[in-house]
Unconditional design. Structure first.
Length: 252
Protein backbone atom coordinates (compact mmCIF):
# COMPACT_ATOMS: atom_id res chain seq x y z
CA UNK A 1 0.00 0.00 0.00
CA UNK A 2 1.45 3.31 -1.11
CA UNK A 3 0.21 5.46 1.78
CA UNK A 4 0.50 3.10 4.72
CA UNK A 5 1.29 5.06 7.88
CA UNK A 6 0.59 8.46 6.36
CA UNK A 7 -1.74 11.01 7.99
CA UNK A 8 -3.70 13.03 5.44
CA UNK A 9 -6.22 15.89 5.38
CA UNK A 10 -8.48 16.15 2.32
CA UNK A 11 -10.88 19.06 1.82
CA UNK A 12 -13.99 19.03 -0.36
CA UNK A 13 -14.31 15.36 0.54
CA UNK A 14 -18.07 14.87 0.38
CA UNK A 15 -18.36 14.48 -3.40
CA UNK A 16 -16.57 14.42 -6.73
CA UNK A 17 -12.79 14.55 -6.79
CA UNK A 18 -12.39 14.91 -3.04
CA UNK A 19 -14.50 11.84 -2.34
CA UNK A 20 -12.55 9.85 -4.93
CA UNK A 21 -9.26 10.96 -3.35
CA UNK A 22 -10.39 9.91 0.13
CA UNK A 23 -11.60 6.53 -1.13
CA UNK A 24 -8.34 5.78 -2.94
CA UNK A 25 -6.10 7.06 -0.14
CA UNK A 26 -7.86 5.00 2.53
CA UNK A 27 -7.67 1.91 0.34
CA UNK A 28 -3.93 2.60 0.05
CA UNK A 29 -3.56 2.58 3.84
CA UNK A 30 -3.76 6.29 4.72
CA UNK A 31 -5.36 7.70 7.86
CA UNK A 32 -7.53 10.54 6.56
CA UNK A 33 -9.41 13.52 7.95
CA UNK A 34 -12.21 14.05 5.39
CA UNK A 35 -13.36 17.67 5.39
CA UNK A 36 -16.52 19.19 3.89
CA UNK A 37 -19.54 21.22 4.90
CA UNK A 38 -22.09 18.44 4.34
CA UNK A 39 -21.75 16.25 7.43
CA UNK A 40 -24.32 13.70 6.34
CA UNK A 41 -22.35 12.92 3.18
CA UNK A 42 -19.13 12.63 5.14
CA UNK A 43 -20.77 10.20 7.54
CA UNK A 44 -21.91 8.06 4.61
CA UNK A 45 -18.35 8.13 3.21
CA UNK A 46 -16.91 7.03 6.56
CA UNK A 47 -19.39 4.16 6.75
CA UNK A 48 -18.59 3.01 3.21
CA UNK A 49 -14.89 2.77 4.08
CA UNK A 50 -15.17 1.08 7.48
CA UNK A 51 -13.56 -2.12 6.20
CA UNK A 52 -10.79 -0.43 4.19
CA UNK A 53 -7.12 -0.84 5.18
CA UNK A 54 -6.79 2.78 6.28
CA UNK A 55 -8.89 5.02 8.51
CA UNK A 56 -11.14 8.01 7.93
CA UNK A 57 -12.63 10.56 10.31
CA UNK A 58 -15.23 13.13 9.21
CA UNK A 59 -14.73 16.81 9.96
CA UNK A 60 -17.55 19.21 9.12
CA UNK A 61 -15.88 22.50 8.25
CA UNK A 62 -15.87 25.53 5.99
CA UNK A 63 -12.48 26.11 4.35
CA UNK A 64 -13.15 29.82 3.94
CA UNK A 65 -12.78 30.08 7.74
CA UNK A 66 -9.31 30.20 9.28
CA UNK A 67 -10.45 28.45 12.44
CA UNK A 68 -11.81 25.46 10.51
CA UNK A 69 -8.63 25.11 8.46
CA UNK A 70 -6.52 25.10 11.59
CA UNK A 71 -8.87 22.76 13.45
CA UNK A 72 -8.85 20.10 10.72
CA UNK A 73 -5.06 19.92 10.81
CA UNK A 74 -5.00 19.92 14.61
CA UNK A 75 -7.46 17.00 14.47
CA UNK A 76 -5.12 15.01 12.22
CA UNK A 77 -2.25 15.51 14.66
CA UNK A 78 -4.47 14.72 17.64
CA UNK A 79 -5.95 11.55 16.16
CA UNK A 80 -3.05 10.24 14.09
CA UNK A 81 -0.06 11.73 15.88
CA UNK A 82 1.25 13.67 12.89
CA UNK A 83 0.47 15.24 9.51
CA UNK A 84 2.12 14.01 6.32
CA UNK A 85 -0.11 15.21 3.47
CA UNK A 86 -2.56 18.07 2.91
CA UNK A 87 -4.86 17.94 -0.11
CA UNK A 88 -6.61 21.25 -0.81
CA UNK A 89 -9.38 20.07 -3.10
CA UNK A 90 -12.38 22.18 -2.04
CA UNK A 91 -13.35 24.73 -4.66
CA UNK A 92 -16.24 26.55 -6.28
CA UNK A 93 -16.95 28.08 -9.67
CA UNK A 94 -17.89 31.66 -10.39
CA UNK A 95 -20.95 32.35 -12.55
CA UNK A 96 -18.85 33.02 -15.69
CA UNK A 97 -19.70 36.72 -15.60
CA UNK A 98 -17.28 38.84 -17.68
CA UNK A 99 -15.33 41.53 -15.83
CA UNK A 100 -17.82 44.37 -16.22
CA UNK A 101 -20.51 42.24 -14.60
CA UNK A 102 -18.57 40.67 -11.72
CA UNK A 103 -20.28 41.19 -8.36
CA UNK A 104 -18.49 41.86 -5.08
CA UNK A 105 -20.43 39.01 -3.49
CA UNK A 106 -19.27 36.45 -6.07
CA UNK A 107 -15.66 37.66 -5.82
CA UNK A 108 -15.61 37.34 -2.03
CA UNK A 109 -17.30 33.93 -2.09
CA UNK A 110 -15.01 32.36 -4.71
CA UNK A 111 -11.80 33.87 -3.37
CA UNK A 112 -12.69 32.91 0.20
CA UNK A 113 -12.93 29.22 -0.69
CA UNK A 114 -10.50 28.91 -3.62
CA UNK A 115 -7.67 31.15 -2.37
CA UNK A 116 -7.94 31.94 1.32
CA UNK A 117 -8.86 28.33 2.07
CA UNK A 118 -5.64 26.87 0.62
CA UNK A 119 -3.55 29.76 1.94
CA UNK A 120 -4.66 29.37 5.55
CA UNK A 121 -4.49 25.57 5.54
CA UNK A 122 -1.06 25.61 3.87
CA UNK A 123 0.22 28.05 6.48
CA UNK A 124 -0.94 25.79 9.30
CA UNK A 125 0.38 22.65 7.57
CA UNK A 126 3.80 24.21 7.00
CA UNK A 127 4.00 25.16 10.68
CA UNK A 128 3.25 21.55 11.62
CA UNK A 129 5.67 20.13 9.05
CA UNK A 130 8.47 22.38 10.31
CA UNK A 131 7.78 21.46 13.93
CA UNK A 132 7.81 17.75 13.07
CA UNK A 133 11.07 18.14 11.17
CA UNK A 134 10.24 15.36 8.75
CA UNK A 135 8.88 17.33 5.79
CA UNK A 136 5.50 16.81 4.19
CA UNK A 137 3.49 17.06 0.99
CA UNK A 138 0.90 19.65 -0.02
CA UNK A 139 -1.30 18.96 -3.05
CA UNK A 140 -3.48 21.80 -4.31
CA UNK A 141 -6.25 21.23 -6.83
CA UNK A 142 -5.99 24.07 -9.31
CA UNK A 143 -7.56 24.16 -12.80
CA UNK A 144 -6.70 24.71 -16.42
CA UNK A 145 -8.78 27.84 -15.83
CA UNK A 146 -5.60 29.40 -14.44
CA UNK A 147 -4.31 29.68 -18.02
CA UNK A 148 -7.32 28.92 -20.26
CA UNK A 149 -10.59 30.80 -20.55
CA UNK A 150 -12.72 28.01 -19.11
CA UNK A 151 -14.74 30.17 -16.71
CA UNK A 152 -15.15 33.78 -15.59
CA UNK A 153 -12.31 36.07 -14.44
CA UNK A 154 -12.87 35.47 -10.72
CA UNK A 155 -12.52 31.69 -10.98
CA UNK A 156 -9.59 31.92 -13.38
CA UNK A 157 -7.82 34.44 -11.13
CA UNK A 158 -8.42 32.27 -8.07
CA UNK A 159 -6.77 29.26 -9.69
CA UNK A 160 -3.85 31.35 -10.97
CA UNK A 161 -3.37 32.41 -7.35
CA UNK A 162 -3.36 28.75 -6.27
CA UNK A 163 -0.61 28.05 -8.81
CA UNK A 164 1.47 30.91 -7.42
CA UNK A 165 0.95 29.75 -3.83
CA UNK A 166 2.07 26.29 -4.92
CA UNK A 167 5.27 27.36 -6.63
CA UNK A 168 6.27 29.86 -3.95
CA UNK A 169 5.75 27.36 -1.15
CA UNK A 170 7.78 24.73 -3.02
CA UNK A 171 10.60 27.25 -3.41
CA UNK A 172 10.56 28.55 0.15
CA UNK A 173 10.69 25.11 1.76
CA UNK A 174 12.72 23.05 -0.70
CA UNK A 175 15.47 22.55 1.91
CA UNK A 176 12.98 21.57 4.61
CA UNK A 177 11.59 18.53 2.83
CA UNK A 178 8.21 20.19 2.28
CA UNK A 179 6.93 19.47 -1.20
CA UNK A 180 4.11 21.44 -2.78
CA UNK A 181 2.47 20.55 -6.10
CA UNK A 182 -0.81 21.25 -7.83
CA UNK A 183 -3.10 19.24 -10.07
CA UNK A 184 -4.80 21.23 -12.84
CA UNK A 185 -7.91 19.35 -13.95
CA UNK A 186 -9.63 19.97 -17.25
CA UNK A 187 -13.28 19.06 -17.64
CA UNK A 188 -14.03 16.50 -14.94
CA UNK A 189 -17.45 14.99 -14.36
CA UNK A 190 -18.39 16.32 -10.89
CA UNK A 191 -21.09 18.40 -9.21
CA UNK A 192 -19.16 21.69 -9.45
CA UNK A 193 -21.05 22.86 -12.55
CA UNK A 194 -24.51 22.18 -11.15
CA UNK A 195 -23.51 23.75 -7.82
CA UNK A 196 -22.62 26.95 -9.70
CA UNK A 197 -26.26 27.86 -10.17
CA UNK A 198 -27.55 29.93 -13.05
CA UNK A 199 -24.60 31.17 -15.16
CA UNK A 200 -24.23 34.67 -16.50
CA UNK A 201 -25.61 34.35 -20.05
CA UNK A 202 -23.18 36.82 -21.60
CA UNK A 203 -20.11 35.06 -20.22
CA UNK A 204 -21.52 31.57 -20.74
CA UNK A 205 -22.10 32.18 -24.44
CA UNK A 206 -18.53 33.42 -24.93
CA UNK A 207 -17.06 30.39 -23.16
CA UNK A 208 -19.05 27.91 -25.24
CA UNK A 209 -16.59 28.37 -28.09
CA UNK A 210 -13.78 27.15 -25.84
CA UNK A 211 -15.79 24.28 -24.38
CA UNK A 212 -16.79 23.16 -27.85
CA UNK A 213 -13.24 22.05 -28.66
CA UNK A 214 -12.47 20.56 -25.25
CA UNK A 215 -11.60 16.85 -24.91
CA UNK A 216 -14.21 14.46 -23.48
CA UNK A 217 -14.72 14.83 -19.75
CA UNK A 218 -12.49 12.93 -17.37
CA UNK A 219 -13.53 11.17 -14.18
CA UNK A 220 -12.90 12.01 -10.53
CA UNK A 221 -10.73 8.89 -10.30
CA UNK A 222 -8.32 10.43 -12.83
CA UNK A 223 -7.61 13.21 -10.33
CA UNK A 224 -7.43 10.78 -7.42
CA UNK A 225 -4.78 8.72 -9.21
CA UNK A 226 -2.67 11.84 -9.82
CA UNK A 227 -3.07 12.86 -6.17
CA UNK A 228 -1.98 9.40 -5.02
CA UNK A 229 1.25 9.71 -6.98
CA UNK A 230 1.99 13.16 -5.57
CA UNK A 231 1.19 12.04 -2.02
CA UNK A 232 3.32 8.92 -2.21
CA UNK A 233 7.07 8.49 -1.83
CA UNK A 234 7.23 7.73 -5.56
CA UNK A 235 7.17 11.49 -6.18
CA UNK A 236 9.74 12.34 -3.50
CA UNK A 237 11.82 14.49 -5.88
CA UNK A 238 8.87 16.36 -7.41
CA UNK A 239 7.92 19.80 -6.08
CA UNK A 240 6.64 23.06 -7.53
CA UNK A 241 4.89 21.28 -10.41
CA UNK A 242 1.48 22.19 -11.86
CA UNK A 243 0.33 18.87 -13.31
CA UNK A 244 -2.37 19.10 -16.01
CA UNK A 245 -4.87 16.23 -15.92
CA UNK A 246 -7.01 17.41 -18.78
CA UNK A 247 -7.07 14.93 -21.64
CA UNK A 248 -4.70 17.13 -23.62
CA UNK A 249 -6.70 20.37 -23.36
CA UNK A 250 -3.63 22.46 -22.55
CA UNK A 251 -1.81 21.11 -25.58
CA UNK A 252 -3.60 23.70 -27.72
Amino acid sequence: MKLSGKSVVVTGASSGMGKAIVELFVKEGASVIAVARRKERLDALVESLKDAPGKVIAFAGDVSKKEDNEAMIDLAVQEYGKLNVLVNNAGVMDDMAPMAEVSDEKYEYVMGINVYGPLSSMRKACQVFLAQGTGGSIINVSSIGASHQAAGPVYCASKAAVNSLTRNTAFMYMKDGIRCNAIAPGGISTEIGSAMGRPNINGYQKIQGVLGIAPPQGQATDIANAALFLASDESAYISGVILPVDGGWTSF
